[in-house]
Design a protein around this ligand. Structure first.
Ligand SMILES: Nc1ncnc2c1ncn2[C@@H]1O[C@H](COP(=O)(O)OP(=O)(O)OP(=O)(O)O)[C@@H](O)[C@H]1O
Ligand code: NI
Length: 350
């Protein structure tokens, strides 16, 4: 064991080769997830959140996908260089993955209990009886009432929310060190969504695992994240401690996303205009065509590297935070809960 973070993603670059050209889905993304830490990725639809999370365990289908550059290190080992056999023991083993739609993760012809037993036995040398006991324990732990009786039920006998709980139990079956959850609640009713996210938070506290969570629900982010990564058009725009990002959203994009939070709740806001073309992204800052603060200097060169703000670990990729520029132009004059106004409401649809 070292002080190294559990997960280190460095300059991750994932592309898709399509008839329309090369889709630059994830372009030089770097971040870390510490041990026992919960990190949330937020950003509009299409910004590269899923591709980032699926690149971590090389779930990207190739072709058309390709991890063109960068490295992913998990507990000190490079995943990018792993063989398929090594990868299989990491996936669903030390890294659990919960996808958006529980339907896809469960096999309709096997009972819920059987599927969890299988997930347990895949990674642990447990006899049938012990694995069954553990499966019932897990079903109970994820909040399935009357778990011993529900063990023999088939997926269709569970409601959507209960199904997602079963999927989470499956992901926990191998005692993962990292749980990746990609919008685990989008397919569910609003009230159930909150319950599932609270469950994740409780499980994180119990199991001590790290969580990488992708969600559109900013009230959830505020509640459960330790750190937040804001992505836009394949790039990280801002990253920092959850309090810093919520109290001092610094990139104009983050400020736009957070802009219409009723109180501190709400979802990712719809911003005027749309994401740039993924095959032909703009030069300069990827957000400049939609940014009310854009100046000529934002329009050329590469996306700026993430530069520190005055808060520890809070970094932002925006020219206003570079020496010689004045960040107060972005932050001052906006309402406390972020920018509003015509420049963000030009009627564009996402
Ligand atoms: N198999 C694929 N082939 C071509 N392009 C793809 C493929 N998968 C993803 N992309 C593209 O990669 C970019 C990033 O997609 P991604 O699914 O990561 O976005 P996201 O942030 O997860 O969005 P959402 O919030 O809608 O889930 C998009 O431009 C998308 O169209
Ligand atoms: Ni996604």
């Amino acid at each position: 064991m070292t002080d190294e973070p559990l997960l280190t993603v460095e300059n991750l670059t994932t592309r898709f080769h399509t008839d329309e050209g090369i889709v630059h889905a994830v372009d030089g993304v770097s971040f870390e997830v510490g041990r026992g830490e919960t990190v949330c990725i937020v950003g509009e639809s299409g910004s590269g959140k899923t591709v980032t999370s699926e690149s971590i365990t090389k779930l990207i289908q190739s072709p058309p996908g390709e991890i063109a550059d960068g490295d992913v290190r998990f507990d000190g080992e490079s995943i990018v260089g792993m063989s398929d056999t090594q990868l299989r023991s990491v996936r669903g083993g030390r890294i659990g993955h919960v996808f958006q739609n529980p339907q896809d993760a469960l096999n309709p012809v096997y009972t819920a209990g059987w599927q969890i037993v299988e997930a347990i036995q895949l990674h642990r040398d447990l006899g049938k009886r012990a694995a069954r006991e553990r499966a019932v324990e897990l079903l109970d732990r994820v909040g399935i009432p009357d778990a011993p009786a529900r063990f023999d039920d088939y997926p269709h006998q569970f409601s959507g929310g209960m199904k997602q709980r079963v999927v989470i139990a499956m992901a926990l079956a191998s005692d993962p060190d990292l749980l990746i959850a990609d919008e685990p609640t989008t397919a569910l009713d609003v009230t159930i969504q909150a319950q599932i996210l609270w469950l994740l938070r409780e499980l994180q506290a119990d199991f001590g695992m790290s969580i990488l969570l992708i969600t559109h629900d900013l009230s959830v982010v505020a509640e459960i994240a330790d750190r937040v990564i804001v992505m836009y058009a394949g790039k990280v725009m801002e990253q920092g401690d959850v309090y810093d990002v919520f109290e001092h959203p610094s990139h104009p994009y983050t400020r736009a996303l957070f802009g219409c939070l009723p109180g501190r709740g709400g979802s990712i806001r719809t911003i005027g205009g749309s994401l740039p073309s993924a095959t032909n992204p703009p030069d300069g800052c990827r957000f400049h065509p939609r940014c009310p603060h854009a100046i000529d200097d934002c329009k050329g060169g590469d996306q700026l590297p993430l530069t520190p703000t005055e808060r520890d670990g809070h970094v932002v990729s925006c020219i206003y935070y570079q020496p010689g520029y004045d960040a107060s132009a972005i932050v001052d004059g906006d309402a406390d809960d972020g920018p509003r106004g015509p420049s963000y409401a030009d009627g564009g649809q996402l």
